[in-house]
Design a protein around this ligand. Sequence first.
Ligand code: J2J
Length: 541
Amino acid sequence: MKPLSQTWPDDLAARYKARGYWRGETFPAMLRDRAAEHPDRIALTEGDTNLTYGALNARARSFGAGLLARGYQPGDRVLVQLHNCIEFFTATFGLFAAGLVPVYALPAHRRTEVDHLLRKSEAVAMITKARMDGFDHGALGADLLGDIPALREVILIGGTGDAAGLPDLEGISGDPATLPDDPDPQSVAHVQISGGSTGMSKLIPRTHDDYIYTLRASNEICNVTAASVYGAVLPVAHNFTMSSPGVYGALHAGARVVLFPSPVPDAAFPLIRREGVTITGLVPPLALLWLDSADRSQADLAPLEVLLVGGAKFLPEAARRVTPVLGCTLQQVFGMAEGLVNYTRLDDDPAVITQTQGRPISPDDEILVLDDAGQPVPDGSPGHLLTRGPYTISAYHDEAGANTRSFEDGFYRTGDIVIRHPSGHLTVQGRAGDHINRAGEKISAEEVEDHLLAHPGVFDAVVVSIPDSHLGERIAAFIQLKQGQALRALDIRKFMRTRQVAPFKTPDDIRFVTEFGTTAVGKISRKELRNQLRTAALAED
Ligand code: J2J
């Protein structure tokens, strides 16, 4: 098994400790301490079910001990693919307690992504739900068991569906006395996944110390206290919902997390009122939907104090509507699972809140804004954002090639183009690379092209992002068919389904072309081709 690690140069590590960012906190200790401080306070609410800190801690520890009794070893990796439910937390805090390492998959992931994440992380087990969004993850898990030698078990929650015979999480328990000592705070606590600018998602190992620092600091910046009620509207496995300040931030503060079954206003607004949700986070398309539905629901929204919007660019026109329409403070957040998170501050000037994506969490987040030649640009000019700091990684797991491209002298090359203002606030201008940010989901153009090229009738395919008033960006595919082929968009969509990838990767626009442009000197680069096609599509729209 390839070891998971994340390290910082000794001098920086010493500084981060000396400045109190890294305090030696760990995830098992975090929940245990909160449970000891206030066992009867409610930690999680899902529908009519409330779980106290004491009960969550006890259940998680028993589950973790049960895993050890089944032969799992501290350091083993376990893929967790669950929607917003209490068992997500039983599972992850059970894994933390046992020294096992959660690797997070999104509920929308299908066979292609799940297979990749399992193999890349060398996961020995997977925890999922038989059915989510109409897809049978239990059957997929049962199938993968036969395919992936390292995968020993698929553990299900809430019944086995068609995958009879797989163990149920509820049935796994053990003696907490068998749990190991708390892990080294510098060791990898869990693995987030990258949005994937090229190819498939990469694994992002995060340590206890670095991740818990972001929780503590985010709570401070977003004013999350024990009295807060955090509404988990977006999938909890997303780094945004998990940590900015997210569900783990709320648990760190001893606050209550309310798990939303759906983000649509008709379901979400009454839940805000019923549970007294004070803070939540949305991607821009959902924020727009909430803005457009708010006029009939003012009473429902009364408890909401702070709305975080991030994951993709929130345009100033929409941002300006948040406080008058929803009656809460807007906090823009520009973050990444690799580390760096920027927030507008609650007391920032309204113009800063609506026109920037915030400034870094930490005084020790180092920000470089560079031109194409790697030279710093003056404030106010756009450039490539590079960063290093007390919670930004310096390597993906087991990705020699990508690590060379994405990291430079310990700085992470984010791929984002930003403007830095003299105040330190950043405005995101766009992306240098070729990924598509579709409603906050990051999709690699190259990955979609690879799927399209697998169709026997497709000669070549180029995938680009196109601005979209609702999604922010949508996926457009330009396809050149092989001679004599007569495929329609519908055939391509059906084909994408057979590729067993997350449905959000299916192109929104499919255009057939007879040939792609070439220059006098020969074939132009794919990047240039993408640019040309995007420009042509924009001119047509
Ligand atoms: C423009 N682009 C943004 C924003 C992220 C908090 C919030 C979001 C994420 C996240 C996160 C943006 N405006 N406000 O992990 O903790 C784009 C950038 C960035 C990429 C990272 C968090 N907020 N982005 O979205 O790892 O391009 O994290 O590099 O999914 O999303 O995506 P991801």
